[in-house]
Design a binder for this molecule. Structure first.
Ligand code: TMP
Length: 203
């Protein structure tokens, strides 16, 4: 595959959307084909599964299976073809979110998640993961000013602290791929860190 696969991660309220849009614009200005997508979602089927995952009550195994089912369709029909034709894919969340939310957040067995990861997207991994990190409390304050909460957003502070710790663990396990961005700063300072990382890689 010749394109680049860049994922954005972080607890709800970390401010991913603004920066994904800014990065898409910057890359397009540089002449890249950019595919801007998200998980769960990105295809008709995966968006329908997203609705269920975000709003329907279910146990942690069902939740994990549905996010991976959505991911399978998304990778097969959108992400892999885009990378094959040389596009840059910007994806709002990917499998690290499953380890952070279903694994660390819900306490689901990480070994089972690794097995599912292997089945669903085998060797395909992001080239770069930008982890927008901030304290759970700051994120909660930001969320309070935004939209109505879904099943995840209405979780308590302790849940988001576990999710954040889950991201920290993923970051430590893949230091080449995973870059921590301090997202507690104001918007311009967060963007500067992202731009510097891209610059450092010559992208
Ligand atoms: P978003 O609001 O950032 O689009 O993410 C949707 C929610 O889905 C978010 O609260 C995190 C959750 N999620 C999981 O629990 N597991 C996953 O694998 C993914 C991709 C998202």
């Amino acid at each position: 595959m010749s394109g680049r696969f860049i994922t954005f991660e972080g607890i709800d309220g970390a401010g991913k959307s603004t920066h994904i849009e800014a990065l898409a614009q910057r890359l397009r200005q540089g002449g890249c084909e950019v595919v801007n997508t998200r998980e769960p979602g990105g295809t008709d089927l995966a968006e329908r599964l997203r609705e269920l995952v975000l709003h329907q009550r279910m146990d942690a195994l069902t939740e994990a299976l549905l996010v991976f089912a959505a991911r399978r369709d998304h990778v097969q029909t959108l992400v892999a073809p885009a990378l094959e034709r040389g596009a840059t894919v910007l994806c709002d969340r990917f499998t690290d979110a499953t380890f952070a939310y279903q694994g660390a957040g819900r306490g689901f067995d990480a070994a089972v998640l690794s097995q599912l990861e292997q089945w669903v997207h085998g060797a395909l991994q992001p080239d770069l993961t930008l982890w927008l990190d901030l304290p759970a409390e700051t994120a909660a304050q930001r969320r309070a000013q935004a939209r109505a909460a879904d099943r995840f957003e209405s979780e308590d502070l302790a849940f988001f602290e576990r999710v954040r710790a889950g991201y920290a663990q993923r970051c430590a396990q893949a230091p080449q791929r995973f870059v921590r961005i301090d997202s507690s700063l104001e918007r311009g300072a967060v963007w500067a860190q992202i731009a510097a990382e891209l610059e450092r890689r010559g992208w």
